[in-house]
Design a protein around this ligand. Sequence first.
Ligand code: AMP
Length: 282
Amino acid sequence: MKAPVVVTTVRDLRRKVESWLRDGQRVALVPTMGALHEGHLSLVAAARELANRTVVSIFVNPAQFAPHEDFGRYPRDLGRDCAYLARQGLADLVFAPETRELYSDGFATRIEVGGPALGLESEFRPHFFSGVATVVAKLLMAAHPNVAVFGEKDYQQLLVVRRLVRDLGLDVTIAGAPIVREESGLALSSRNAYLDPRERAVAVKLNRALKCVVERVRDNCSISAAEAAGKETLLAAGFESVDYVAIRDADTLATINMPVANMRVLAAARIGSVRLIDNMAV
Ligand code: AMP
């Protein structure tokens, strides 16, 4: 058990991180929205391999939610999250700001990323990546870590953050960490808490559908036919709608007509009030 220290202001965060940096320690940041699960803990463990000190930020970022989305009901329990981190014992500091600490009155800036942010999630959540890019830039400038760790669970987001950091010339390394799944194959997600038992039984089929898409591509099925089959499989499995099943260049997320060396299949589908995303290397 090692309980992390909790700070809520940028000033206290900076003071702590600067003292570590002055001592020659490497500092990692793991940005989260809380409701922590083993997927988040795996990022903290990865951070520990890359740095001596780990900061976990817990902030439900209003800028990345549209008005009709689940900002209001997103699970929040800082006490439980800190106890969970304490049991793992690898996080040194939790940064848990109030909204006004990051978005002061009259805040009027948004960062728009192009490239990997275009299409896929952006088609269905047009506000999303500018909200993510804005808060990630703020967190990186506030914490000044040597490295920040993001999950491949949000694969497009990982590429968007890499592009943001490169384009703005921020002095931080972005590390990706693999997806942590339940035994059923369902990728862990804070939003899985919204699933009722019937929806959960459907949700586990998302991962299986992606595996089928991967197998089809390996069996020389065309890209478009494999995508269409993935969509059919999801609808047949009980998803109410499928936002996309897309096979893309894994490095750029550019659309492809023919197989390329490094591919990723990404999908988003809805069941009940829940929208699930998942992805897999092809
Ligand atoms: P969130 O709290 O959902 O915003 O996620 C915070 C970070 O945890 C992001 O970098 C996510 O990609 C990552 N993450 C969420 N779920 C998983 C998972 N199942 N496996 C690995 N990383 C994850």
